[in-house]
Ligand binder design. Structure first.
Ligand code: ZN
Length: 442
């Protein structure tokens, strides 16, 4: 008697699979089985061939397969300003270059075209879910849906007038409309994005806190990014920014704090006590000389730490694999301990812990049965990857972003052998060049 094979959408057989859960597990010659957007099985190749019949079977014999990467902090549209102004301290960079150019050019099309360039770059380096904080968040959400990537769009809230909104209240009002418009979307999650403690009032923050609880929306904010920010807050409010946020009731497991380069032991205690998520953007901090996030101390305190690239204007790329290497190297030096942030912990930080920070860990971040099929494959056949004693070591400590060969989101193949299956790369490059011309000639 012959057993009938189960019909499924896709089989991915790989030389190595790092599922992230179970932790520190490297599977060899295993197959991921995908059906109707989800992972339905993960088993040795021989068994998979006996049990399943698939419409598509990918045999990735030199590849390491990992969960899609989660980039928890960025400003996608700012990819159009990559390399426009470098080598400046944060406040000069913002006041003299970035804010004036934004005042002149930012509109719906700028944001959508910039986000499209960013999304294409992120997909080609293995990111399958990203968070964004910028004006016209609806433009980013539409770009993400059209291109098939998951996004957390943070609706920006600032006190100053800009092309998107004139007042704090209008930002919140428009943000609620974006939340309503994408409420049923499988790809778009909404979040409040009060930019930083110094550009939002106490009244605005209290209103955001109430709405965040009512609508179960997270809050993402740049916090303690520079020493000047903390000193100014002490001078004007008599409090460190984290203390003020705590007094206003904002710190909670829904709060995503970006940067955190200036932390006292009391600050770390506040973060841990309130189960705040730390979003670490090491390359942006290094480039703007903001300081060092004490990742080792945060991990020791039991705080969830996730990774982000920040915007391409302060990085200058959106390669999460590169960010993982920087994070791992920096954490060792800052903590004075070479065992801090080992390769396995770094991969988890860029996948499951990122999903956890965004409140999506039950759906994404690991290659477990039942989770959504968001997957990246890295081709390890090239010279620079040899010899391969520990594939995880190659993944984190060598340059790998450009070796991402395949990406699936929701079970859909978006990148195959480094070529987009649906995205028109030439059109994105042409549109970007048009913006470059306009901005350079201003
Ligand atoms: Zn940022």
């Amino acid at each position: 008697m012959t057993e009938t094979k189960k019909q499924v959408d896709t089989l991915i057989s790989a030389r190595w699979i790092a599922p992230v859960i179970p932790e520190r597990t490297l599977l060899e010659h295993h197959t991921l089985v995908l059906h109707q957007h989800r992972i339905v099985d993960l088993l040795p190749d021989q068994q998979a061939i006996l049990q399943y019949q698939a419409a598509n079977h990918f045999e990735l014999q030199d590849h390491l397969v990992i969960p899609g990467l989660v980039n928890t902090h960025g400003h996608a549209a700012m990819t159009l300003l990559r390399g426009y102004a470098d080598d400046e301290p944060l406040m000069d960079w913002l006041h003299k270059h970035i804010w004036p150019i934004e005042a002149q050019f930012v509109n719906y099309d700028f944001v959508k075209d910039g986000a499209s360039l960013a999304i294409a770059e992120m997909l080609r380096s293995g990111t399958t879910c990203f968070s964004d904080l910028y004006f016209f968040p609806d433009a980013v959400a539409h770009a993400a849906v059209e291109m098939g990537i998951r996004v957390q769009v943070c609706v920006p809230v600032v006190q100053f007038a800009n092309a998107w909104a004139q007042s704090e209240e209008e930002h919140i009002h428009k943000g609620l409309a974006v939340h309503d418009d994408f409420r049923s979307s499988e790809f778009v999650h909404t979040c409040f994005g009060p930019h930083s403690p110094y550009v939002v009032s106490d009244a605005g923050l209290k209103r955001i806190m109430v709405l965040s609880e009512e609508l179960d929306m997270p809050i993402q904010m740049h916090v303690h990014e520079t020493r000047e920010e903390v000193e100014e807050a002490l001078a004007t409010t008599g409090m460190r920014p984290l203390q003020r946020l705590h007094d206003l009731g904002l710190l909670s497991p829904r709060f995503q704090a970006v940067h955190l380069t200036q932390l006292s032991s009391e600050d770390i205690h506040l973060l841990a006590e309130n189960s705040v998520h730390a979003l670490h953007c090491p390359e942006s901090n290094l480039k703007l000389a903001s300081g060092f996030c004490p990742v080792g101390e945060l991990l020791d305190a039991g705080i969830n730490v996730a990774l982000g690239t920040d915007g391409a204007a302060s990085n200058n790329d959106l390669d999460m694999l590169g960010e993982m290497k920087t994070a791992a190297l920096l954490a060792k030096t800052v903590h004075g301990n070479a065992t801090t942030l080992d390769a396995w912990t770094t991969l988890k930080m860029a996948t499951l812990d990122g999903a956890r920070a965004l409140g999506l860990e039950h759906r994404l971040g690991s290659l477990e049965i039942g989770k959504l099929a968001d997957i990246a494959a890295i081709d390890m056949s090239d010279l620079e990857s040899q010899p391969i004693y520990h594939p995880l070591s190659q993944l984190v400590y060598t340059r790998t972003g450009h070796k991402v060969s395949h990406v699936w989101i929701n079970g859909e193949l978006l990148l195959m052998d480094r070529q987009f299956t649906q995205i028109d790369q030439d059109r994105i490059i042409a549109t970007t060049r048009d913006w470059q011309k306009k901005i350079a000639e201003k």
